[in-house]
Design a protein around this ligand. Structure first.
Ligand SMILES: [Zn+2]
Length: 216
């Protein structure tokens, strides 16, 4: 059984690789931001509280994050792929405690290592279609026309994908999340994957790493 944590800078391809692992190995993917949004949609007391933080643009406190995650972790029986959690050392320690208490120790922590320059190319190059939501990348996957999607919709760049915004997200990663790399390396759980390669090459690497972990 696979119990994985995915780490990586924004734009490292964690989402794509997580979906790939989930499909190929039949492991549910728990994306922390999705779990919080689902709770809001359900309209529970907890969801209402989360919504208040989101509306004010504040970070949801760890205590609430733990409650939401604990519920899902207890439900899943086929292992899990965690994306967007843990984000800092406190959260990592909470996860350690949870996995120990529930006999659900982590199999590995996959760190998708990508250069900051590559991140800028991936994120700043992204163009979205207003009509169908499809995304392009002007460097790797250019649209047929710089102004229009295949469907005829207008293309635009998301606010979050602007240079200054990306730098901010990279700084948050370097300050809060990067220490987790040392933390998991000390526990012999860290597997570093070169995520500067193309998506398909990274998938091949991920697949062979997970195959060998499952054989252990
Ligand atoms: Zn379109």
């Amino acid at each position: 059984m696979l119990r994985l944590v995915l780490l990586g800078r924004p734009g490292a391809g964690k989402g794509t690789q997580g979906r790939y692992i989930s499909k190929k190995f039949g492991v549910p993917r728990l994306v922390m931001s999705d779990l919080l949004r689902e709770e809001v949609h359900k309209g529970t007391e907890l969801g209402k509280e989360i919504k208040r933080y989101m509306v004010e643009g504040k970070l949801v406190p760890d205590k609430i994050v733990y409650q939401v995650l604990r519920k899902r972790l207890i439900e899943v029986k086929e292992g899990f792929i965690l994306d967007g959690f843990p984000r800092n050392l406190n959260q990592a320690e909470w996860l350690d405690k949870f996995t120990q208490e529930n006999n659900a120790e982590l199999t590995a922590v996959l760190y998708f290592n990508v250069d900051e320059i590559a991140v800028l190319r991936r994120i700043m190059g992204r163009l979205m279609c207003k009509k169908c939501g499809r995304s392009y990348n002007i460097f790797y996957d250019p649209p047929p026309d710089v102004r229009k999607c295949e469907c005829g919709g207008t293309l635009y760049q998301r606010e979050d994908d602007h240079y200054e915004k990306i730098l901010k997200r990279l700084d948050v990663f370097n300050e809060e999340t990067k220490p987790l790399i040392d933390y998991y390396a000390k526990k012999n759980l860290l597997v570093t994957i070169d995520a500067n390669k193309g998506i398909e090459a990274v998938k091949d690497d991920v697949s062979s790493i997970l195959d060998s972990l499952l054989r252990r």
